[in-house]
Design a protein around this ligand. Structure first.
Ligand code: NIG
Ligand code: FE
Length: 396
């Protein structure tokens, strides 16, 4: 850590409250909160955390000025490769029309006619928007192409910007296959998978009435797994169904939405390594009943919070907004919500290098214009993120 070392060292000092998510540090809570703290960055990694007065000498020094510092948010569920928007559908919905998965077709039509350049420009715009709001790791999916060519190019575009890329050829059965869903599942598990697997880390399916049933979802996930993709599932969003049980059975990294759960679903999640990822932007935007985070947490389920950013059911890229909703309406404490949006997201992506700020972690962090992370829920809608650092570099 001396100035003679090959990599630059920077100390961010004067932090009123540092969330490390390492319970062996600070106040020994799950957040591992250190007051009057400093974090030392060496290259792209955290090298040291502790009390500001004990910070070692470094090449550079940045004064946080009494702000809080949190790990960069890990948004483990988004759909950012698309064209167009659904303003008309939204306007109709706020006037009383119910949300249905059918609106996905509108975005599929717009996405198929967009150029690669247009898709990439949209993606980078939403990623930049998320970064300014403190998000330093983003998972994103295909699912608005639904042809071999359009799914593969969506994933190719995504893979140029994030490591966390998910193949969602099984988002809905597209209109061109409406008469023969079995043929579409054969495409998704065959030729489309072959074209998409090189760009993706994960395989996902929308297991829901009006999308794919349990047997179809199992076929999609097992085919993806056989090609080296790890499962995650859109499960139990609009109705009760087999998605959560299937996710647990296949050791999916995450069951996402989890809005309609039986006691058996909760028990299955509690006994598994599958994270329940809650997406309150969707319930907010579709005026649906909230998922019961308290029930899951009390049962011992690991919970992640993510945005689900997409043009239909949740057009927000703001993790702080989701934290505020989770605290206001889903029974989470401010500490739990922050943990779920950072360490929980990392668990949902089976990552241990992000979502924490202890030695060895990636130096991904956000400075808040607030003395405590609690203000993320306490001051909803206020842009509290004042600086964002990713891989040890200030990027916003
Ligand atoms: O996660 N549930 C399925 N897919 C998205 C919605 C996509 C859309 O409406 O365009 C979701 O909410
Ligand atoms: Fe989604």
């Amino acid at each position: 850590m001396s100035s003679t070392s090959a990599t630059t060292t920077t100390a961010i000092v004067g932090i009123a409250a540092l969330v490390t998510n390492d319970p062996s540090l600070g106040d020994a809570s799950p957040l591992g909160l250190i007051r009057d703290a400093a974090v030392v960055i060496e290259g792209d990694r955290v090298a040291w955390t502790g009390e500001s007065s004990k910070a070692p000498a470094t090449d550079n020094r940045v004064d946080a000025g009494g702000r809080a510092v949190v790990p960069g948010f890990v948004d483990s569920h988004s759909h950012l490769v698309f064209a167009g928007d659904r303003t008309e559908e939204f306007t109709a919905r706020v006037s009383g029309r119910a949300y249905s998965a059918g609106g996905i077709r509108t975005t599929v039509a717009a996405t198929r006619t967009a150029t690669d350049g247009e898709l990439e420009a949209n993606l980078t715009r939403y990623l930049a928007e998320a970064l300014r709001q403190g998000t330093t790791t983003v998972e994103t999916k295909s699912g608005y192409g639904l042809t071999v060519r359009d799914e593969a190019r969506a994933l190719r575009v995504a893979a140029a910007h994030t490591d966390e890329v998910t193949y969602l050829g099984a988002h809905i059965v597209p209109p061109d296959h409406a008469e023969d869903p079995a043929a579409y599942v054969a495409l998704v598990t065959g030729e489309m998978l072959d074209a998409c697997a090189p760009y993706a880390r994960w395989v996902d399916v929308f297991c829901e009435q009006g999308a794919f049933d349990g047997d179809q979802a199992r076929a999609v996930l097992t085919a993806g797994r056989a090609r080296g993709l790890h499962p995650r599932v859109h499960a139990n969003q609009l109705t009760y169904g087999p998605g959560v049980q299937l996710a647990v059975e296949l050791d999916a990294a995450s069951a996402d939405h989890c809005t309609h759960l039986t006691d058996q679903d909760v028990d299955a999640l509690a006994d598994s390594a599958t994270v329940a990822t809650l997406l309150p932007g969707a319930e907010f935007s579709t005026r649906a009943a909230w998922p019961d985070a308290r029930r899951l947490l009390d049962a011992g389920v690991t919970v992640a919070l993510a945005t689900d950013c997409n043009p239909g059911s949740s057009f927000t890229s703001s993790v702080p907004f989701c934290i505020a909703l989770a605290v206001r309406d889903m029974g989470m404490t401010p500490d739990e919500a922050l943990w779920s949006a950072t360490a929980g997201g990392a668990r949902a992506l089976r990552r241990d290098d992000v979502g924490r700020l202890s030695p060895g972690a990636r130096a991904d962090l956000a400075l808040l214009d607030a003395p405590s992370h609690v203000h993320l829920a306490y001051r909803p809608g206020v842009p509290l993120v004042s600086q964002v650092w990713r891989r040890g570099v200030r990027v916003a």
